[in-house]
Design a protein around this ligand. Structure first.
Ligand SMILES: Cc1ncc(COP(=O)(O)O)c(C=O)c1O
Length: 364
């Protein structure tokens, strides 16, 4: 087994790199770092996709009408409000390119793709820091006081990766009111929202009807366990943005199989219920177990993953990564996130027996 350099950092999808360095076959690794639903894809999707494989013999519908109708039914919103894309990643850059902000404000620590996309579109990112002493929750009034006409875009990840904190809808309204007054667009990434206790109450999608400066992004990679499918969607109500984006985007942003898959997965009620039941109970169980340990401080998780601060000064995030990967469990060393350090790790909730194995290792 190779020795890891502590300057190496791995992302949830870096299994091939791990395979090379540690000599562990990637199929044997339990990924606690990819934040993907441990149940795998829905059985309805597995069966249906195989039956519809001939879909690839035709070009997909350029308007993705049936798919957008299914997504509209899933979200209880008008299909005209929906734009589909190649994962939420493509939509992040598509909308950032459209808004073309000179200055964007991002709540940090957060997912790195926002800063990268703002930079690629020629703008500058500024961070509004969330603080460990406040459990990384947002002080809405303070954020609103710091917003100004100098920003063209505010980016919020809700719930946020890696802190697993949620901005409730009332606070979101307050932020949207302020941004609307100042002429700031708001991009809300809801990649993890379906894992929250009450998605109906926490999602900002209903707010798109009231705020034409709001764009909500979602994907199927995490909750529906389909990161290889590359299916994401945006919900917004501003007709000018919708028509411009539809005009400038590549006509077939998603392939025919993703088009079919999307029409199958959103209606698998049994799968959605099982997923929510598993994540909610494991989240509760693991949070309380880590709360009673003095080696870690867990931050109250609202998504399917939890951020931990390492309280034991004799170990750091790279040591824990190394310890876990040798047992074929991959966690996220959070030292590369802005505002975090080598005192932080993140892991997602997997099946109970796998979670037990990780917990025993971290807490023993
Ligand atoms: C907050 C957040 N948004 C978006 C993505 C990427 O999602 P997709 O696979 O839909 O492009 C990730 C992946 O880790 C993420 O953590």
């Amino acid at each position: 087994m190779g020795q890891i350099q502590h300057r190496d950092h791995f992302h949830g999808s870096d299994l091939e790199k791990i395979e090379q360095i540690y000599g562990i076959r990637k199929e044997e690794i339990i990924s606690f770092s990819a934040n993907v639903n441990p149940l795998g894809i829905s059985s309805k999707l597995r069966q249906g996709l195989a039956e519809h494989v001939d879909a690839i013999t035709s070009y997909p519908d350029r308007e993705y009408t049936s798919l957008r109708r299914c997504i509209g039914q899933y979200l209880t919103c008008d299909m005209e409000q929906i734009v589909v894309g190649n994962g939420s990643t493509e939509l992040i850059s598509l909308f950032i390119d459209f808004i073309h902000p000179k200055r964007a404000l991002i709540l940090g620590p957060t997912y790195s793709e926002y800063e990268r996309s703002v930079g690629l579109s020629g703008g500058n990112s500024h961070y509004y820091p969330l603080h460990a002493k406040e459990g990384f929750t947002l002080h809405t009034e303070d954020l609103c006081a710091k917003l100004s006409e100098d920003y063209q875009l505010l980016i919020l990840c809700n719930p946020n990766n890696p802190t697993s904190t949620l901005i409730p809808r009332q606070q979101m309204r307050r932020i949207l009111d302020t941004c609307k007054m100042l002429g700031i667009y708001v991009l809300v990434d809801e990649t993890y929202i379906e894992f929250t206790r009450d998605v109906g109450a926490s999602s900002s999608i209903p707010l798109t009807r009231d705020y034409n400066n709001l764009i909500v992004l979602r994907g199927t990679s995490k909750f529906f366990a389909a990161p290889g499918l590359r299916l994401g969607y945006a919900v917004l109500s501003n007709p000018d943005i919708i028509s411009t984006v539809r005009r400038v985007k590549n006509p077939w942003m998603i392939n025919a199989l993703a088009d079919v898959a999307g029409q199958l997965m959103f209606t698998d009620e049994d799968y959605k219920t099982k997923t929510r039941r598993l994540i909610l109970s494991e989240r509760e169980r693991l949070y309380h177990l880590f709360l009673s340990s003095d080696r870690f401080k867990p931050y109250d998780p609202q998504a399917n993953f939890m951020l931990l601060r390492i309280e034991d000064p004799s170990i750091n995030a790279a040591d824990l990564f190394d310890l876990c990967i040798r047992q074929k469990m991959m966690i996220r060393d959070c030292s590369t996130f802005p505002f975090l350090s080598d005192r932080y790790i993140r892991f997602c909730f997997m099946k109970p027996e796998d979670n037990d194995r990780l917990m025993n290792l971290l807490l023993s």
